[in-house]
Each structure stands twice: as C-alpha cells, then as structure tokens.
Design a binder for this molecule. Structure first.
Ligand SMILES: [Zn+2]
Length: 501
C-alpha cells in the first residue's frame, strides 16, 4: 500500500531583508514597457540542502500516487495517476495500470489531490518591484525615495522575491528584458533550490532612446536602444554573449512613434540574427497595424494586445497560421493604470499570502498620488475592455494564449499576481483548461523552453504542483497549493512563505 511520506521540508528559508527603504525618485514610462533591477546579493542561505543521494539498494525514484493528473498539454485529466521522478526529471506519467513503480521508490500518497505543472509567468520584470516608488516615469515620488534607493532595495530583496514565486507555485519566470540585473537574478535563482527558473530576454531592443524611457539602473540602461539594422544585429550578439534565453523587442507607438519609423527593417534584422542563435523573439505591441507587421516579420510571440481596435479576421488567421503565442497581460492595465491610484485592489488570497508584504505596504504609504486626468483614466478603462474582448477573439480563433502578469509594475506582486492574470483571463471568457495551458506549456514556448518545462511528461524537468482542489472546476483552485515540486525537490507550501507573509 502506498504510505504517506514526508516531503523534503525546507525550513528557515526565510531571508530577512536588511536595509531600509527610502523613498525617492522614480521615472516614468509607458505601461508595459519595462522594469528593472540589478543584482544584488542577499545574505540569505538556502534553507535546507537538497535531498541527499539514496543509500545503496534504495531507489532514487519518487512516486506521486493517486492524484488526478492535469499534464499541461491540454489533454483530458487522468484519474488515479502515477508520476515517477528520478533526480530532477519526470521519468513516467500515467495510470497505475500503465506505470510500474520501482521497488524501493519513495512513495508519496497524493490521493484526492490534483497535479499540474509548475506555473510559468510569461512576462515579468525584476527591475521593477511593484512598490509605489518603482516607476518614477509614471508616478514620480523620487522626492521621497530616490530611484537609486529603490534600485538598492530591489537588489537586496531578491531572495524574498524568489520565495514569493515558489509560494505561489510559479516555478518559472520569463524576464522580458531590462538591465544586467535581470541576468543577475537568474544567477541567484540558479543558486537556490527554492527558487523558480528565470529565463531572461535580451532587450527590450527598441528604436526609442533609452534615456527617455527609464533612468539608469545601477549604471546600466534598462532597454537596449538601437538606431538601425546593424546596431540591432549587434545588440543581439551581445545578448548571445550574456547567454540570453530569448529576445524582447517592441513597437511602443503612442508618444514614442516618432522614433520608430524604421521598426520593420530593425525587426527584420533582429529576427534573422536571433534565428542564427536559436533565440525566440517576443515583442511588445499595443496597436493592430504594427502587431500584424511584427507577426509577418516573424516574431514568435506577442506581449500585450492591440488596444486600439478589435482584432480582425486577417490578423487572427495570420497569428494562427504562424503559431504565434499571445500573452494578453490584462492584469497590468487594471492594477498599474487604474487601481493603484485609489488602492482599489481586489487582492486574491494567494496574493495576500505569498506577496511581499513590504511591497503591499508601500501602496498605502503616500496619501496624495499624482493621478492622471479623468480622460486618461477613462482611456485606460476603455483599453481594458478592448483587451478582454480581443483575448476572447484570440481564444475563439485558436491562437495560443500565454499567461503573463507584467509583474513589477505598480500594484502587482512578484509570484502570486500570475493568479490575478488568470482570474482576469477567466473573466474574459477563457476556460480553466485553456488557462492551465496558458500558464504552463504556452508560457514555456515563449521562452523557448517547451522541450524542458511546462508539462508533466517523461523527460521534462520535475516542476509540479500538488493541489487540494480541482483547477478545471475553477481556475481559482490553482491557489490551493499543498506542495510544490521544483526540479524534483518537494516543498511543503507552508515552508515557502515570504517573511511577514
Ligand atoms: Zn512588461
């Protein structure tokens, strides 16, 4: 019989922040653009070492037995499933009748539970903390907290930030560009057992001059500005040197359109050079005409959605034919552009539990925020309605969707706010089965990692969630996390809370 076994507990992984925060100056910016942070070391040791190797005669295999398996591919759920894990990888997944459990395997009874792949956020920025001080371009509070102080806060806060991801069941995060700090967070994550995999996009590569978008981040720029096809090719080569996982580009439009006349030629060069190095290209776009052009030029995925018009059939057909994955990023429009000003957040339970409490506290630290004029707020409100409708059009057309929170922007929490994005996508009409694929395999596709993560299949990395309730009945049940397995190591969710969370 299957016995209940202990999970590899991770205790004391709590990294307490040191340093105080200052309030200072921040910059401003266009909604979705970027965020950044720069590295930082935080004196925080991994709580407990990874499990030791099995003794002689003992199997190295862990068997999760009895749950309903939702594998992330969109396949029908499988009751009474068995998943075998050996080392960091999944070696088998199927029914008890199909999968032979090796003698001596460590048996974990998960009967009555649900298994899904670990979640992957397709759009984050570590260069933005989510704190009220993190985007001086939008809300300038640099007289309270200078931007350099906010940067320093982000740098020392990385261990807590990474813990929040694991707490929320997010075992992968796609950084869509920023300063070198994004790469440094990746290194810190790799050094910790209780951290998500971080995939870093080189970029954002843009024709818009960096200095009008973001202030310098610890001496580095937060975008990779180019002037023509040759310099675009050059920056992709730089990203290859830095071991980028993908490339982020974009057409910003709006007030920046005057800089972007040559975006087609630049994107042609970017797509060509990225292909040489096997790097997928993901692009920011919020207008229909450039969205169509970017897809025609060969980008692999889109971040955000056209907000200026309903998607037409020609675009939908093209996107589907090209297999372009689209991450609508609905959460950022609502939280960053509307809710932040009157603090009307409808935080999910998992955001309260797993979000960084210091980030949440910051939203209430300043009484009088400079609020955009009513007509601008109305424009944002209208944009959200269009985004939701366009999300539904993509779904109905069969264009693959990915879940990306754009976390780091104001009002969003590293880790758990992916669940808020899923809530808004559900409200837009996306069914739970599609949402699970959006937050797992399709997000992995954006990062070019679908061969390695994003589903529970033999040969994949063993990143998965053990849930108390059925996420196919209600996507909110993805929040009922009992245990999180990352690279074959099982953590009880109670050990993954951020300090004070
Ligand atoms: Zn973004």
């Amino acid at each position: 019989m299957v016995g209940r076994s202990r999970s590899f507990g991770e205790t004391g992984g709590v990294c307490v922040s040191h340093g105080t925060i200052a309030t200072g100056n921040l910059m401003k910016l266009h909604p979705v653009l970027l965020s950044a942070l720069y590295l930082g070391l935080a004196g925080c040791e991994p709580a407990s070492p990874p499990p030791s190797a099995p003794a002689a005669g003992e199997s190295s295999v862990t068997a999760l037995i009895g749950a309903t398996l939702i594998d992330g591919t969109g396949a029908a759920p499988l009751a009474d499933a068995v998943v075998l894990i050996d080392g960091t990888d999944i070696t088998a997944a199927g029914t008890l009748a199909d999968v032979a459990v090796p003698e001596g395997a460590r048996m974990v009874d998960v009967a009555g539970k649900w298994l899904t792949p670990g979640l992957i956020d397709a759009h984050v920025h570590f260069m933005e903390s989510g704190r009220i001080y993190t985007k001086p371009g939008q809300i300038d509070l640099t007289h309270l907290v200078p931007y350099d102080e906010e940067v320093a806060w982000m740098q020392q806060r990385v261990p807590v930030t990474l813990t929040s991801y694991m707490c929320a069941g997010v075992t992968g995060a796609v950084s869509v560009g920023g300063p070198r700090f994004e790469y440094e967070v990746r290194e810190q994550a790799r050094a910790r057992p209780n951290a998500p995999d971080v995939y870093v996009a080189h970029g954002p590569v843009t024709l818009v001059p960096a200095e009008i978008l973001f202030p310098p981040f610890d001496g580095d720029m937060s975008v990779r500005s180019v002037t023509d096809a040759a310099s675009a090719t050059e920056t992709i080569r730089q990203g290859v040197e830095w071991k980028a996982d993908l490339v982020k580009t974009g057409y910003l439009g709006g007030p920046f359109a005057e800089h972007e006349a040559d975006y087609a030629a630049v994107h042609e060069a970017i797509v060509a050079e990225s292909a040489v190095h096997g790097l997928p290209v993901t692009s920011h776009v919020t207008e229909l005409t450039p969205a169509r052009a970017l897809v025609e030029l060969g980008v692999d995925s889109l971040q955000h959605l056209p907000l200026d018009a309903p998607l037409d059939q020609a675009f939908l057909d093209l996107a589907k034919a090209r297999g372009v994955v689209v991450a609508p990023t609905l959460a950022v429009w609502k939280r960053n552009f509307l809710d932040i000003y009157d603090r009307s957040f409808d935080l999910l339970p998992i955001e309260e539990r797993c979000g960084d409490p210091e980030v949440i506290a910051s939203w209430y630290e300043v009484d009088d925020l400079p609020t955009p004029p009513p007509e601008v707020m109305e424009m944002y409100g209208a944009g959200i309605t269009v985004a939701a409708a366009n999300t539904r059009l993509l779904l109905d057309a069969g264009v693959p969707l990915a879940a990306g929170s754009d976390t780091g922007n104001l009002g969003l929490l590293h880790g758990p706010s992916l669940h808020y994005e899923l809530k808004l996508m559900a409200d837009a009409g996306v069914p739970p089965a599609d949402l699970i694929v959006a937050a797992t395999l399709n997000a992995a596709k954006i990062a070019g990692q679908a061969h390695r993560v994003g589903s529970i299949e033999p040969g994949k990395q063993a990143d998965l969630l053990v849930l108390d309730a059925d996420p196919l009945a209600d996507i909110g049940n993805l929040q009922t996390i009992d245990q999180v397995m990352k690279s074959g190591v099982l953590f009880d969710s109670a050990t993954l809370r951020p300090p004070g969370g």
